[in-house]
Write a protein that binds this ligand. Structure first.
Ligand SMILES: Cc1ncc(COP(=O)(O)O)c(C=O)c1O
Length: 391
C-alpha cells in the first residue's frame, strides 16, 4: 500500500515524527507478534505486557522528573489527553484562562464546555512573534476567580515558545491549576514537571517523543482528581460498577495499545540515551538554518519569534504570489518534499499572527533531518520565488 520513497524529504515532524529510531519499529513488531494484553490475564505472557507498560510509565516519569509513574495516563494521542483533562476537571461556573494560539484540540473542547457554563478567556499573543506575555496571562487570571490556566508550550503554527516557567509557581501561589499542552515540546526540549509546577500536562507519543502514532499521555499531578472521560473494563475491581479509585486504572480503561506503548518505550529509551539537550541543539541548528535561509528569499515572510531560543521546531512562512496550498502541492508532487500547508488545525493561532484564512506553509524538521535536506528545500523556494517574479 505504501511505497517507501528513498529520496523523500520529510519536514512534517510537527504533525508526527518520521522516521522513528530503528528500535521503535522493532519493538512494535516484537510486541505485536508476542501477543498478550496488560491486566487481561494471569498467564506469563500477559504479565510480561504489564511489566512493559509499567516500565514505559517509569521511563516517562524519569524523562520528565516525576517520582510517581502512575500519574502518567496512556492515551491514543494528545487530543484525548486534553479532553480527559478538561472534561474531567471543569464544570459550570468554572473559569479558564488560555491563550489565543491554541490548537483545536484545546479550542473545541473548551467551546463545548462553554455550552455547559464554563467561562473561557483567551489572552492575545504578540502579532509579530506569536508569543503571549506571562504578565497578560496573570492579569487575566486575577480579574475573577479562575480554576485553570492552560497554555500551549509551543505553537504548532508560529513555533513560538511560551513563558511556561514563569507561570506554574505563580499559579500554585494563587491556587489556580496549571495545565500545559506539550504537544510540540515533549521530547524536543528538556522538561521537568517539578520545575514547571504543572498540574496537568498533555503530550502525544508520536511527535517529539518519537513513538508510534496511536500513543500519547496525560500527566495528572498527585492528588488531583479528574472525572473519567471513558468508562469500562480495566482488568481490576471487576465486580464494581464504579471505576477504580486509583491512577492510572481510573482514567485508563479498555485494552491498551500495547504495540504502540512498546514502541514508545523504545523511543523514550532512545531519547534518554541520546540526551534531550543534544536533540534540542540539533533541531535548533536546523531551524536556524531554515529561518535564515527563508528570510533571505525575495518575497518570503517568515512568522514567529526573531530570537531562535524562543522557537520550537515549526516554522511558518508565505511567499508572495503563491497560495500556501499551492506550495505544499508543488513541493510534494514535483520535489518529493513533505510540508504542511493551510491552517494546521489552529485557526486561532493564524488569526493571532494575521495569516487567517489562507494559512501558511509549515516546515518542521526533526532530529533525523539533515542540512542537505534543508538546503534542497531552500533552493526550491528560491526557484519558486524567481518563477513568479519573472512572470
Ligand atoms: C499544539 C498541539 N496540540 C495538540 C495537538 C494534537 O495532537 P494529537 O494529534 O496527538 O492529538 C497538536 C497536533 O498537531 C498540536 O500541535
Amino acid at each position: 500500500m505504501f511505497s517507501l520513497m528513498k529520496d523523500l524529504i520529510y519536514f512534517d515532524n510537527a504533525a508526527t515524527s518520521h522516521p522513528k529510531p530503528e528500535s521503535v519499529y522493532l519493538a512494535v513488531d516484537e510486541a505485536l507478534r508476542a501477543g498478550g494484553s496488560p491486566g487481561r490475564g494471569g498467564y506469563r505472557q500477559a504479565l510480561t505486557t504489564e511489566r512493559l507498560v509499567f516500565e514505559t510509565r517509569e521511563a516517562l516519569a524519569e524523562l520528565f522528573n516525576v517520582p510517581d509513574s502512575e500519574n502518567f495516563i496512556f492515551t491514543p494521542n494528545a487530543t484525548v489527553a486534553i479532553n480527559q483533562a478538561l472534561f474531567g476537571l471543569l464544570s459550570a461556573a468554572d473559569r479558564v484562562v488560555t491563550t489565543g494560539t491554541e490548537h483545536n484540540s484545546v479550542c473545541r473542547p473548551l467551546r463545548a464546555l462553554q455550552d455547559r457554563g464554563v467561562e473561557v478567556v483567551k489572552v492575545g499573543v504578540d502579532r509579530s512573534s506569536g508569543c503571549v506575555a506571562a504578565a497578560d496571562l496573570k492579569a487575566a487570571c486575577m480579574e475573577k476567580p479562575t480554576r485553570l490556566l492552560l497554555v500551549n508550550h509551543c505553537s504548532n503554527v508560529s513555533g513560538a515558545l511560551q513563558p511556561v516557567l514563569e507561570l506554574g509557581g505563580w499559579c500554585r501561589e494563587h491556587n489556580i491549576l496549571f495545565m500545559v499542552d506539550g504537544s510540540q515540546t515533549a521530547g524536543c526540549l528538556p522538561i521537568d514537571f517539578q520545575q514547571l509546577a504543572v498540574d496537568l500536562f498533555a503530550a502525544p507519543g508520536h511527535k517529539g517523543l518519537l513513538g508510534p502514532q496511536g500513543t500519547g499521555f496525560l500527566y495528572v499531578r498527585q492528588g488531583l482528581e479528574l472525572i473519567p472521560l471513558i468508562y469500562g473494563g480495566t482488568g481490576a475491581n471487576s465486580s464494581s460498577l464504579l471505576p477504580p479509585e486509583d491512577l492510572p486504572e481510573r482514567l485508563e480503561c479498555g485494552t491498551l495499545n500495547l504495540p504502540g506503548i512498546a514502541g514508545l518505550k523504545a523511543a523514550v529509551d532512545f531519547l534518554r540515551q541520546t540526551g534531550i539537550e543534544t536533540i534540542r541543539k540539533r533541531e535548533t541548528g536546523l531551524v536556524e538554518m531554515l529561518v535564515q535561509g527563508l528570510q533571505a528569499v525575495p518575497g518570503v515572510t517568515v512568522y514567529g519569534p526573531e530570537k531562535i531560543d524562543l522557537r520550537g521546531g515549526a516554522i511558518s512562512f508565505n511567499l508572495n504570489g503563491w497560495d500556501p496550498a499551492e506550495i505544499g502541492f508543488e513541493l510534494d508532487q514535483r520535489e518529493n518534499i513533505c510540508v504542511r500547508a493551510g491552517l494546521h488545525c489552529a485557526p486561532d493561532a493564524h488569526r493571532s499572527i494575521g495569516t487567517y484564512p489562507q494559512g501558511t506553509v509549515r516546515v518542521s524538521p526533526g532530529y533525523f533531518s539533515t542540512e542537505a535536506q534543508v538546503e534542497r528545500l531552500l533552493s526550491v523556494i528560491r526557484r519558486f520565488s524567481t518563477e513568479r517574479q519573472s512572470n
